[in-house]
Write a protein that binds this ligand. Sequence first.
Ligand SMILES: Cc1cc2nc3c(=O)[nH]c(=O)nc-3n(C[C@H](O)[C@H](O)[C@H](O)COP(=O)(O)O)c2cc1C
Length: 288
Amino acid sequence: MSVNFCGIELAHPVVNSSGTFDPLAARRAFGDAAFTNFPFSAHVTKTITVAARQGNRPPRLWEAPTSLINSIGLPNKGIERWLAEDYPQLRELPVPLIVNVMGFDTDELIQLVGAVAQLADVVAIELNVSCPNVETGTIIGSDPDECSRTVNAVRGLTTLPLIVKLTPNATDPAAVALAAQEAGADAISMINTLRGLALDPTTLEPWLGGGTGGVSGPAVKAVALAQTASVCAAVSIPIIGMGGIDSGHAAREFLAAGATLVAVGTASFTDPTAGSRISAELGAMTAH
Ligand SMILES: Cc1cc2nc3c(=O)[nH]c(=O)nc-3n(C[C@H](O)[C@H](O)[C@H](O)COP(=O)(O)O)c2cc1C
């Protein structure tokens, strides 16, 4: 089950997806066992931005039978407080640490990547490109040229592997992935959430405080699998596949589509040990 991802040795191919598993909250709730029995082979942080963000106004979640729609709005304490308060604790994790960042312009991204690149216990940086370029309004991850410019701007700042996290809300994710690879990305992760809308059943007004939200969970798996297969066919760099993975079988499907690692997101909200279960199920399947 061990796997080499961009030169990083991992015990198995199941990691968490950004923003869906908080090891520090888990340790507060369940004690040190949350660290020692960590359910994933690496930890990917929630997206960190330069400035602290409150996130969107509530309600932030809409639950449907096979999906979740979130409009969290990237709340986080900002890079300075993350470095001072969270990083010293996260470096105690028994697994490698991958840091996910998002810049609202190139200067912000340079600042974030420059700061994270200095950290001794970080093994890779994930770029969340599901945000608009503030000058053009284009979602960076939906446009090959924007994505290429973004990766180019930070490639020279670090020798750490750069993982570009793609949005599925793009006409041609494979073209974006190829542009990221050509600009020097070491890996692709996909998919982020699909844009969706939930209406208040009584008023028929948007339910979520942020208006629309991002759909995740088993309902998006078929879309994620199709996009993963198409990107795997287009690029030669490794892929972290995700979107609705809730079982060893689903994880195996993404590996069969060409992914090197898989990430578990929404499934951790119903069961914080889902990562351990999924890697055990995957191990039992691949042993036969
Ligand atoms: C509540 C919630 C918060 C999320 N926060 C982030 C985030 O901060 N950064 C990011 O890149 N993706 C974020 N995501 C997207 C997930 O990492 C993942 O790409 C997506 O949910 C698909 O996987 P899943 O269906 O297994 O949840 C978030 C998803 C959810 C449901």
